[in-house]
Design a binder for this molecule. Sequence first.
Ligand code: SF4
Length: 82
Amino acid sequence: MDWRDAAACRTEDPELFFPLGDDGLSRRQIDQARAVCHRCPVLNACASWAVVNAEYDGVWGGMTAAERRVLRLRRLADGPRR
Ligand code: SF4
C-alpha cells in the first residue's frame, strides 16, 4: 500500500491545499489545509516526500512551500545523513 492511499486529503477539495499566497486570505486557507494534515495518519511520510522531492507548490505534510524550502536548505547545510 502506498502512503497516499491513507491520506486524509483524499476526501478534501484539492484546491484547499494550493493557496495563491502565504498571507492575507491565503493564511486562512493554509490553516484549514494544515488542520486536515494534522489529523492525517501519513503526515510524516507526506512531509518527507515533499521535502525530498522539492515539491514547489502547495501545502504538503502540514507545511507551506516556503516552510519546506527552509527545511530542505537546513538539511542540505547539515550535509548527508549517515
Ligand atoms: S499530510 Fe496533508 S497533504 Fe499530506 S497526505 Fe496528509 S492530508 Fe494530504
